[in-house]
Design a protein around this ligand. Structure first.
Ligand code: F6R
Length: 609
């Protein structure tokens, strides 16, 4: 949802901004631009398309200067075009601005400013901001003008502004969109994501909503919109540059799929005690009593994280015996949900910045619930605002389609189910068995990844299909949803996931020889039933792809194609059955020559509603 970067210092600015923008391209990639402040004033370069187009536009030219702003856009207001791209300017170039977020009252502000003589040249909400800054920028500092203007604004923003008249500073502000500052000797940075400047510094400051900062070359001042001074709190980030490189893989998505044996292991590292058969979760320990005694757990999330939440529902209800409701964060936040005493809310978000999930969590907190978070991005807003939480430790996920975060989320949810379950009715023997099975998962995932070339061949057979159904039961139903989501978002093939038994209540009407159906048909309590569902599809000439348990020979008679996964207990099935579906979607998308890491219309971190 747009990435912003700003630099002030002594190095050549353009390469720093372009490298930072490439690292944040996952946040939006329909247009991009730079503004460089130097002796000649502010020079702006913009281009529709990906960062590579902007690079072509600049063509290696040196643009001298000591301050720079860069932006990669995911359009909300105004079509993707060079004109609508950021940075935006006012008054012949005296000011330049980059923005991530949405100015909700921009129409009213624009009307008012037009009456005052401002001329608008783009269709964006962001342009309103720069005219507003200009309006207030009389006989005061840039930060004062920005501060006064922001008081008139409703909506979300992470902004960085520069002025030709005050060429020693970048002014930044945050409300609802992430902003992280990077500190280094004789240079400072601002960005939406620390990945943008990780090779320059690991010392960071996270801005909170309602906070501003002024970046000089050799210092940073932090303060609130109300002008209160805020002491700097510097955190040190741990991830390495290697983690944000493709590491020899053609796409980040494939790299991240192949990282899963390690990331699943990392999610449980140090959190399982085999002898006692328990999960040790320091992050939520202080809420263990509230969790164990909870009357209800509500999990809020979006997209793939919502699918992980559904798996969590099954696990927690079965093993911790607490009723669980899984809610789309976007619905929860607006429908005045009932949050009684004894309700615990868990927010799941890879990025920790998803606007709907953050708003749902805040709403639950307003209603008095204890809110726990399961996030991947360390220091993200949801992670910081939650009452307590657990990190995934999966490392940066850059492919727009979520893969390794999903399996890590399920791993952490399994730990929570065990954590509560063992405090309630689960025996030590069952607990030990659970720990043993979880610890065996990385090896089993590795075994599935060895089928990669077989899955590629299957992808070749199905790459030209127009539709696809994904069916599963029990713990595999959320995986049917996730498999369908992966396929549609990167291959653009229409796909739907259903509980297999629901097929005959409607979707069966779609079955004919042109409808491939992916059945997740592992050996578990519902196996016989799902075999009947497969027969129903075959009887209507549908083409069956089955995800089955190793050693199941019978299924070969029923399915056109079988992909085997190793045997695991039913509650851990999602962690193995999703892997071939991720690979299938990946290979189909590659064969269709789609941009796998940056699929059309999507962005990784959805920081707008
Ligand atoms: C799908 C995908 C999205 C995200 C969703 C929530 O592959 O990545 O559906 O899962 O936008 O994002 P987070 O988990 O960052 O809140």
């Amino acid at each position: 949802m747009c990435g912003i970067i700003g630099y002030i210092g002594e190095k050549e600015v353009v390469p720093i901004l372009l490298a930072g923008l490439k690292r944040m391209e996952y946040r939006g990639y329909d247009s991009s631009g730079l503004a460089i402040l130097g002796d000649d004033g502010i020079v702006v370069k913009k281009r529709i398309g990906k960062i590579a187009e902007l690079e072509k536009e600049i063509n290696g030219a040196k643009i001298p200067g000591w301050i720079g702003l860069g932006h990669t856009r995911w359009a909300t207001h105004g079509i993707p075009s060079t004109n609508n791209a950021h940075p935006h300017r006012a008054k012949g170039g005296d000011l330049a601005l980059i923005h991530n977020g949405i100015i909700e009252n921009y129409s009213a502000l624009r009307l008012d400013l037009t009456r005052k003589g401002h001329k608008f040249t783009t269709e964006t909400d962001t342009e309103t901001l720069i005219h507003l800054f200009q309006e207030y920028y009389r006989d005061c500092s840039l930060e004062e003008a920005v501060r006064m203007a922001l008081k008139k604004v409703n909506g979300t923003y992470g902004i960085a502004v520069i002025s030709r008249d005050e060429p020693d500073k970048i002014v930044v502000a945050r409300m609802g969109s992430p902003i992280v500052l990077g500190l280094n000797k004789n240079e400072n940075f601002v960005a939406s994501d620390m990945a943008a400047f990780v090779e320059h510094t690991r010392d960071v400051i996270y801005l909170n909503d309602g906070e501003m900062a002024t970046l000089y070359k050799d210092k940073i001042e932090q303060y609130s919109l109300e002008k209160e001074h805020i002491p700097l709190r510097v955190d040190r980030i741990t991830f390495s540059v290697d983690q944000i490189e493709k590491g020899g893989f053609p796409h980040f998505m494939l790299k991240e799929i192949f990282e899963q044996p390690n990331t699943v292991e990392d999610a449980m590292r140090g959190r399982l005690l085999e002898d006692e058969g328990i999960a040790k979760l320091a992050g939520i320990e202080k809420h263990s009593k509230a969790l164990t005694e909870a009357k209800r757990i509500i999990i809020v999330a979006c997209g793939t994280s919502w699918h992980a939440a559904m798996v969590g529902e099954y696990m927690i209800e079965e093993f911790a015996k607490i009723p669980v409701e899984v809610e789309y964060a976007s619905e929860f936040r607006y429908r005045d949900p009932i949050v009684e005493p004894g309700t615990i809310v868990i927010a799941i978000s890879q990025s920790g910045e998803t606007a709907d999930t953050l708003a749902a969590m805040r709403e639950a907190q307003r209603k008095g619930a204890v809110c726990l978070a399961i996030c991947n991005v360390v220091g993200s807003t949801i992670a910081r605002e939650a009452d307590a939480g657990l990190y995934l430790y999966a490392g940066p996920e850059i492919g727009v389609a979520s893969t390794k975060a999903f399996t890590s989320q399920i791993t952490v949810l399994a730990l929570i189910a065990l954590f509560i379950g063992r405090r309630k009715r689960m025996s030590i023997l069952d607990g030990r068995e659970w720990v043993k099975e979880m610890k065996a998962l990385p090896q089993k995932i590795t075994q599935i990844l060895e089928h990669n070339s077989i899955i590629k061949e299957i992808a070749e057979k199905f790459m030209n299909e127009k539709n696809c159904l994904y069916l599963g039961r029990g713990y595999n139903f959320p995986i049917a949803l996730e498999g369908a989501l992966k396929l549609k978002e990167i291959s653009y093939i229409h796909a739907e996931g259903y509980p297999a038994a629901e097929m005959k209540h409607g979707p069966i009407a779609l079955i004919d020889k042109n409808m491939p159906v992916v059945f997740i048909a592992t050996k578990d309590a519902t196996y016989e039933k799902i075999i009947s569902n497969i027969e129903e599809v075959r009887a209507r000439r549908g083409r069956v792809i089955a995800i089955a348990t190793e050693g199941d020979e019978e299924i070969k008679e029923k399915a056109e194609t079988v992909i085997y996964v190793p045997e695991v207990p039913h509650y851990l099935l999602p962690l193995v059955t999703v892997i071939p579906l991720q690979l299938l979607a990946y290979h189909i998308a590659v064969l269709r020559e789609n941009d796998v890491d940056q699929p059309r219309n999507l962005a990784k971190s959805v920081t707008v509603e």
